[in-house]
Design a binder for this molecule. Structure first.
Ligand code: PLP
Length: 408
């Protein structure tokens, strides 16, 4: 057992874990749906709201300048988290979904025309499918799919043939939210670039588990959500290469993003402001900055090692349950374990576990094409974070044994 993270101490950072749940203690195995927020992040947001709040990038008051400084400091934390060349390349959005919609509607409308192709991996979340389908419909373009194997790994042998002169963008998740697969995005990007195709990486499930370096990956766009990284909801990030961002038109208009406005003509400021019309989610950005501090203090090396240990232990233990099938058996996985149980609907598994105090996700996980591929309606999914330990996995196993008893 790894002792790289002191989970006893870490658990004290998450007050929600100390309160009774279903008459038991809460076992939270649902961090892939949303990460819990540590006290420090809550306190940082509350302090900002109570003592520092006003609007940003407006006015000459010291209060406004200080709020702006805190807001922009959070952006610098994002830059450092992703190793982006500049904070100007890190745009605040409401989350991963909005970041992908921004790229589809701005970069996509500019570059994708009739007969063009958008290549997506077979294991994308709906948020990396639907915005592209909407665009394809509007433009007369086509969405094509990079297939995966039964083990839940992308079939890279098919990649080069799918990258044609018509392909205008490739979208791929770094980590699958259903299967846990860690996709070799660096290799995928290199092969796409060899054919002149830019790549958008959905990092929603990657940033909670591994250090990300957008320059090393050479990603054209990289997106993630604050709430999966122990931050608040309502905030996310779009990173983009400067040359793309510079040539992309704004996707929303309003205050804060203009250089000048007249009835005849409006001109815009550069990035990131060009893409941040209106009052931004200030407290949420500052909260995400604090969550980044939290994660970086624990250290990605320790987080990744801890996650791998829990995943290996959980995988080994669930295999002892008769009639249970793991969905997603890739060689490289992050802390996500999806499964189905013979004769029991995943929703029933989830409800019984919940009554035992074990919170997991049951459903299609906003990835219906993945469900269709595996010919299942849904899965039950356990996902692990820094505060989980082996006793949480043991509680999951005990709950699954109860499911077996109930369903015979
Ligand atoms: C891989 C992946 N992409 C995108 C999303 C969408 O994130 P959000 O709802 O925060 O925009 C999720 C959320 O579950 C996800 O797991």
């Amino acid at each position: 057992m790894t002792d790289v993270l002191d989970t006893t101490r870490i658990r004290q950072d998450f007050p929600i874990l100390a309160q009774p749940y279903q008459g038991k203690s809460l076992i939270y195995l649902d961090s892939a749906v949303s990460g819990l927020m540590p006290k420090a992040v809550n306190e940082r947001i509350a302090h900002y709201q109570a003592f520092e709040h006003t609007n940003v990038h407006r006015g000459v008051s010291r209060l406004s300048q200080e709020a702006t400084d805190r807001f922009e400091e959070a952006r610098i934390k994002v830059r450092d988290l992703l190793n982006a060349p500049s904070a100007k390349q890190c745009i605040w959005t409401r989350g991963t979904t909005e970041a992908i919609n921004l790229v589809a509607q701005s970069y996509g409308r500019q570059h994708i025309h009739e007969g063009d192709e958008i290549l997506l991996s077979a294991m994308e979340h709906h948020s990396n499918i639907v915005p592209w389908q909407l665009l394809a419909e509007e433009r007369g373009a086509k969405v094509r799919v990079l297939p995966m194997s039964e083990s839940g790994e992308l079939i890279l042998e098919e990649l080069d043939a799918l990258l044609t002169s018509r392909t205008k963008i490739l979208g791929v998740a770094q980590v699958s939210n259903v299967l846990g697969t860690i996709n070799p995005v660096k290799e995928i990007i290199a092969r796409a670039h060899a054919k002149g195709v830019p790549v958008l990486v959905d990092g929603a499930q990657a940033v909670p588990h591994m250090a990300v370096d957008v320059q090393d990956l050479d990603a054209d766009f990289y997106v993630f959500s604050g709430h999966k990284l122990h931050g608040p909801t309502g905030i996310g990030v779009l990173y983009g290469k400067q040359e793309h961002l510079d040539s992309m038109p704004p996707w929303q208009g309003g205050g804060s993003m203009i250089l000048s406005v007249s009835w005849e003509k409006t001109t815009f400021i550069g990035t990131p402001g060009k893409f941040e019309a209106g009052t931004p989610p200030i407290a949420q950005a500052i909260g995400l900055g604090s969550a980044i501090d939290y994660v970086r203090t624990l250290g990605y090396e320790a987080i990744a090692a801890h996650g791998q240990d829990l995943l290996a232990y959980a995988t080994e233990r669930v295999r002892t349950i008769e009639g249970l099938r793991i969905i997603g058996q890739a060689k490289h996985k992050a802390s996500v374990l999806s499964f189905v149980m013979e004769g029991v609907h995943p929703h029933d598994v989830g409800s019984i576990l919940d009554s035992e105090g074990v919170v997991v996700r049951a459903g299609h996980h906003c990835a219906q094409p993945v469900m269709k591929f595996f010919k299942i309606p849904a899965t039950t999914r356990a996902s692990f974070a820094c505060f989980n330990d082996r006793s949480d996995v043991d509680a999951l196993i005990k709950g699954l044994q109860t499911v077996k008893e109930i369903f015979g």
